[in-house]
Design a protein. Structure first.
Length: 322
């Protein structure tokens, strides 16, 4: 993977103007008091497609040659990347096929089809999806895109780091959900260039801690199984090159439980009036439940990465709170 350069992210921001929504930071007095810090939310749950993925998808597809666009792409996703890729493809005239798990959120699969993408349901984990998408690309002569390692995706998502610090230049830290690691790799790279002393922390579900284990081992490792409600963070093995980037620019990765994520989802709905999926709520859960003690008394931004929650899960969370 090529090095992620500052000029790459600046170029991506220009290309994305008009294609995405720049949602301003939202200061939360309530969450600040609960967490013991000055807390700002970056609500990418309000982004087009309800998720940050459109940033990387649009930028990546815009970089393809005409010949590559005509061939189309094959990729894989638990749901949010599928929607972002399909939507970006519809805007740029690129046929998109996405392999999604057999038990994928039906609404995410339907939305992907609604944006013009072809959905293939297969397997259950990222390793199986990867292999199926790669095989399809070879058979069809399409371009295979691995969303866990593509540098243009990291660059596109890195525009979030610039927006956050431009909105609040005196931030001390940014907290980001982590699955495959592309989002935090991009945000941290951009943020460290903009403000070298800003801290960037990642958050994973305890049942999907492949990145945390990889950082501890110093290399990409695969966990035996993934067990979490946060389908957007359900990655068994991160990409080796993404791990290398994160080791350079991220200050730590912490874990939260599914119950803590559920509580954060409820609080975001009740207090901030934001509908947020489990992956998007993970960063706030880490702050509210004190998983990063260094944040006490500091100015902190929590990236709320997506809002495409399964309504059955949302009903369950609401019912549990009476």
């Amino acid at each position: 993977m090529r090095e992620i350069l500052q000029q790459d992210i600046l170029r991506a921001r220009e290309i994305l103007r008009g294609a995405i929504i720049d949602n301003p930071l939202q200061f939360s007095r309530t969450f600040s008091e609960m967490a013991g810090c000055s807390l700002y939310l970056k609500p990418e749950c309000l982004q087009k497609n309800g998720c940050h993925k459109i940033r990387g998808a649009y930028y990546m597809l815009s970089r393809l040659s005409k010949e590559q666009r005509d061939r189309g792409i094959c990729t894989f996703s638990a749901g949010n990347w599928a929607q972002g890729a399909a939507y970006a493809g519809s805007l740029l005239g690129v046929p998109v096929t996405v392999v999604m798990p057999e038990k994928a959120n039906p609404k995410k699969a339907a939305a992907t089809r609604g944006y013009g993408g072809e959905v293939i349901l297969f397997g259950s984990d990222s390793t199986q999806l990867y292999q199926k998408a790669q095989d399809l690309a070879q058979k069809r002569g399409a371009l295979f895109i691995n969303p866990l390692e593509n540098p243009d995706l990291i660059v596109g998502m890195g525009t979030l780091g610039l927006e956050i610090l431009e909105g609040q230049p005196d931030l001390d830290a940014i907290v980001v959900p982590v699955g495959g690691g592309g989002l935090i790799a991009g945000i941290a790279s951009a943020a460290k260039w903009k403000k070298p002393d800003v801290k960037v922390y990642g958050v994973q579900p305890s049942g999907a801690d492949a990145m945390a284990r990889s950082l501890a081992e110093g290399k990409a490792v695969e966990i035996e199984r993934v067990e979490t409600i946060a389908d957007g963070l359900a990655v068994k093995r991160p990409n080796e090159n993404t791990v290398k980037i994160i080791r350079k620019v991220v200050d730590g990765v912490v874990l939260v439980s599914d119950d803590e994520i559920k509580e954060a989802i409820f609080l975001l709905l009740e207090r901030a009036k934001l509908v947020v999926e489990p992956a998007g709520a993970a960063s706030l859960a880490a702050v509210l439940f004190g998983r990063i003690p260094e944040l006490s008394g500091r100015k902190v931004a929590s990236v709320i990465s997506g809002g495409n929650i399964d309504f059955h899960l949302l009903r369950e969370i609401l019912a549990s709170h009476g």
